[in-house]
Ligand binder design. Structure first.
Ligand code: TYD
Length: 207
């Protein structure tokens, strides 16, 4: 079957169900013979690993420097010769990514001037905006409940006040920096199967 490899980004608060939806989308696409490459930011590449050290509190860093690191990690994510998004698309794989540059506006925007974040991410936005960005929208209370239910170690951003700011940051970023992009905000508190069907419908609607 002939298909066009797509770059699909799933955004949302921690606990919004990104991983579940990414796996369900992969299953649906693979079931009809389409190849998928799953990936995430921060990456497992060297800059991504440094970012995770900061998130775990092992390294302290100026927020502007951290915003620059996320953008640097993203450049690696785009251009890496084997694990890069661009390379995977040339290999005929759909690339499904957990997070891309809207996460930087949402999370770093509280501490860093959005114009600076836009400048850091100019390269990614002008090189490869996603074919489709799905935002899994959850209220901060619901997000926190799910994070707590997981019982994993809490990272920096996981308090309700923070989650509220981040959610607002996402919505603002889509309005201000999402021009010309195909962004869909889906209510993530619903049955995951219904959400997955909706996402597949949006993928199939791509020109
Ligand atoms: P992630 O591994 O997606 O965390 P989770 O699975 O808990 O959603 O991302 C790690 C953290 O990095 C998450 O709190 C969001 C944050 N982040 C930023 O602050 N800026 C960015 O540009 C990206 C991609 C992630």
């Amino acid at each position: 079957m002939i298909y066009t490899p797509r770059f699909i980004v799933i955004e949302g608060l921690d606990g919004s169900g990104k991983s579940t939806q990414i796996e369900m989308l992969q299953d649906a696409l693979q079931a009809r013979g389409e190849k998928c490459y799953l990936t995430a930011e921060p990456t497992e590449l060297p800059v991504g690993r440094l970012i995770r050290d900061v998130l775990r509190g092992q390294t302290r860093m100026d927020p502007r420097a951290l915003a620059a690191l996320y953008a640097a990690d993203r450049m690696e994510h785009l251009h890496h010769p084997t694990e890069g998004i661009l390379y995977q698309l040339t290999q005929g794989c759909h690339v499904i990514a957990s997070r891309y540059y809207f996460s930087s506006f949402a999370y770093q925007g509280e501490f860093v001037d959005p114009r600076m974040i836009a400048a850091f991410n100019f390269h990614a936005k002008s090189t490869l905006p996603a074919d489709l960005t799905i935002h899994l929208d959850l209220t901060p209370a619901e997000s926190l409940k799910r994070i707590e239910g997981r019982g994993t170690e809490k990272e920096l951003f996981e308090t309700q006040e923070k989650l509220t700011k981040v959610r607002e940051g996402f919505l603002e970023a889509y309005a201000q920096f999402g021009d010309g992009e195909n962004i869909h905000i889906l209510n993530a508190s619903r049955n995951p199967v219904i959400i997955a069907e909706e996402i597949l419908g949006l993928v199939d609607a791509l020109e």
